[in-house]
Design a protein around this ligand. Sequence first.
Ligand SMILES: C[S@@+](CC[C@H](N)C(=O)[O-])C[C@H]1O[C@@H](n2cnc3c(N)ncnc32)[C@H](O)[C@@H]1O
Length: 205
Amino acid sequence: METELARSWAMERPVTSPFARPNGIRGRLAGRIMLWTNPQHVVLDNLEVRPGDRVLEVGYGPGGLVRLLVERTDAALIQGIDPSPDMRDVATRVNRVAAGEGRVDLRVGTAERTGLPDQSVDHVVSVNNVAIWPDLEAGLQEFHRVVRPGGTVVIAWHGGTDPSRIARSLRLPKDKLDRIEHGLEKLFSQVTRRQSKNLDIFRSR
Ligand SMILES: C[S@@+](CC[C@H](N)C(=O)[O-])C[C@H]1O[C@@H](n2cnc3c(N)ncnc32)[C@H](O)[C@@H]1O
């Protein structure tokens, strides 16, 4: 799975950064840095979670957005899929109370293969991992399969109107952003694209 994951549909070279493939001590350190630095509030604002909703986060990393979902929404269940067992351990620790209560369920998996049943969640969200998936279209198909009809899919990647130095270095060129948008338009009836300060955000339903 490691070799398979190192390929990315959007990057020229294999992806080996500990932020993209968190593993071991460097991966855990990268996880801590992501927890401190990655803006997640703006993503939450794009989700509109209602009481009782079920939310799936793909590529949860150290679990910062999961924590916000726990604290700021009345979602009944927050599920997560990430290929890194180290991130699963970190994010479960960050959200240990909600995980202990069964409100948070974080597992190992990938965007292309979440392991969830068809139409089982109200929202799917992915922050800063779409460009490192091996197969964009397979991931989008999987999101479409697991979200209920009328549910929301939010995909965000580094970019935005006033990106930080890191977001600027990782932002995608127009043809790659268009490929995400067109891929979503093949599957969903409403697709919008907007920018926050540090993110390009696609919202579909
Ligand atoms: C840059 S981190 C972002 C973490 C978190 N979403 C955040 O914004 O802080 C990228 C995460 O995507 C995960 N990832 C890598 N390949 C993936 C894939 N094919 N499907 C889902 N997640 C993936 C990595 O393990 C890592 O935790």
